[in-house]
Design a protein around this ligand. Structure first.
Ligand code: CMC
Length: 432
């Protein structure tokens, strides 16, 4: 980053104006560096929800929400979705460049080397209720990885960091698929290292010992695209959670478990599940207006799930790609007349013509379509967010690694504007 100039803060209280550096990155808005503001003025800034605050610098992902641009390490998401697979994207996010064929072979082999779970860890599943939400299981099992891999927990050692990254990328599909198999009471299917990342996941989800399973290539490609589109999204809530947890020196398994917890919420990764449930609840085109009116009613907390984004004030580029995949998958599976897909298209059309949504720049986001695609792939609704977590793990790991390897990183410790009771004495009746 470079200093472009200074901003002057005049407090109008007779004190001298304060000069604050203005820093530029390579793209995107400049930032006012307020790190010394408290020392200079005794003041903090106030920005709940980080509406105007950059929490860190990063070289990984860039979003221009007004133009609908998403870049991983400089490459547009549209090109990556078209020309690369998820393993290429993992390498890119982690190392900064796309792999050469040799680098990819070595990377792929290193990941596959870690795809199994310790058998003790497999026993954890039976401690959960069969009907536990897969995200609850994921939070527990991923957090428990820290209890198994003591040999890669020294976060100051780059080799340990890389080893933990490989373990997380490799084990998440196994953990996710096992959560599903446990839920439906089928035997666990172990990873098959001859298969691609996406195909192996489908194999662990859908194969059973009694029948041969061969995944449809269109479905494999669709899942791979879901993984690419969800791989990273700069400083979103769950990534910021992972960074904050990691800023204290916590190990990466614990940090990713914290990220999974954050992702679960319906305002974030839980939106894909909530969106499909919403479409099911609407049920028929004739009821769309009723739900749009509810979303617009300020007295009602109801929101159209899969619409709106903190950063995108234009069409989410991931939503465009997911919409395309949706068509491909539904055509391939002969589901082009799918009731919920038709309903989604109609809802999108009506919302995009409505002044409430236009004036607030509320466009469909990636979760609007990803639920429909996943449902067509045979993935149950309760698994949608778990698959998002599996895909986002690479982003969490890359962002965590970037932070930890920065020698200047500090523990994250926000300040507050206290609005509680001022100092007072404990009542006399309590004093013995
Ligand atoms: N339906 C109806 N109204 C909405 C919606 C929606 N989905 N989203 C925002 N608004 C309204 C909101 O009521 C507010 O109106 P007003 O200015 O009159 O008070 C205005 O739009 C701005 O909303 P906000 O809550 O200040 O915006 P935010 O940036 O804090 O929230 C969001 C972003 C994604 C949490 C929100 O749009 C939302 O709740 N959407 C539905 C959930 C969803 O689809 N989440 C997935 C996000 S994409 C996947 C991911 O990255 O995790």
């Amino acid at each position: 980053m470079t200093q472009r100039g200074t901003a002057i803060l005049n407090l109008n209280n007779g004190s001298a104006p304060i000069e604050l550096p203005v820093l530029s990155g390579t793209m995107g808005p400049d930032v006012i560096d307020i790190r010394k503001l408290h020392a200079q003025s005794g003041l903090f800034t106030y920005d709940p929800g980080f509406l105007s605050t950059a929490s860190n610098s990063s070289t990984i992902t860039f979003i221009d929400g007004d133009k609908g641009i998403l870049l991983y390490r400089g490459y547009p998401i549209e090109q990556l979705a078209l020309h690369c697979d998820f393993v290429d994207v993992c390498y890119l996010l982690l190392h900064g460049e796309l792999p050469t064929p040799d680098q990819k072979k070595t990377f792929d082999a290193a990941i596959k080397n870690h795809s199994m779970l310790n058998e003790q860890l497999v026993r954890f599943y039976s401690g959960f209720r069969r009907d536990a939400h897969p995200m609850a299981v994921m939070v527990g099992v991923v957090g428990a990885l820290s209890a198994f891999y003591h040999d890669s927990l020294n976060i100051s050692d780059p080799v340990h960091r890389e080893q933990s990254a490989f373990r997380l990328i490799a084990k998440l599909p196994t953990i996710t698929a096992m959560a599903y198999k446990y839920n439906i009471g089928q035997p666990y299917v172990y990873p098959q290292n001859s298969l691609s990342y996406a195909e192996n996941f489908l194999h662990m989800m859908f194969s059973v010992p009694t029948e041969k399973y061969e995944a449809n290539p269109v479905i494999v490609r669709a899942l791979d695209r879901i993984l690419i589109l969800h791989a990273d999204h700069e400083q979103n809530a769950s990534t910021s959670t992972v960074r904050l947890a990691g800023s204290s020196g916590a190990n990466p398994f614990a940090c990713v478990s914290a990220g999974i917890s954050c992702l679960w919420g319906p305002a974030h990764g839980g939106a894909n599940e909530a969106c499909l449930r919403m479409l099911e609840e609407i049920g028929d085109v004739s009821r769309i207006d009723e739900f749009i009116q509810r979303a617009k009613n300020k007295e009602d907390n109801y929101r159209l799930m899969g619409f709106g984004h903190r950063v995108y004030k234009n069409m989410d580029p991931r939503a465009k790609l997911m919409r395309e995949t949706c068509h491909e998958v539904l055509n391939e599976l002969g589901l082009h007349n799918d009731r919920l897909f038709k309903l989604a298209l109609q809802l999108e059309k009506i919302a995009l013509e409505d002044d409430y949504f236009i004036s607030r720049k509320l466009y469909p986001n990636v979760d609007f379509y990803s639920g429909i695609v996943q449902r067509a792939l045979g993935i149950p609704t309760s698994m949608f967010t778990a698959i998002f977590a599996m895909a986002r793990t690479i982003g969490w790991v890359a962002q965590w690694s970037e932070m930890v390897s920065d020698p200047d990183h500090k523990i994250g410790r926000p300040r507050q504007l206290y609005t509680g009771t001022t100092m007072r004495d404990v009542p006399g009746s309590y004093i013995k």
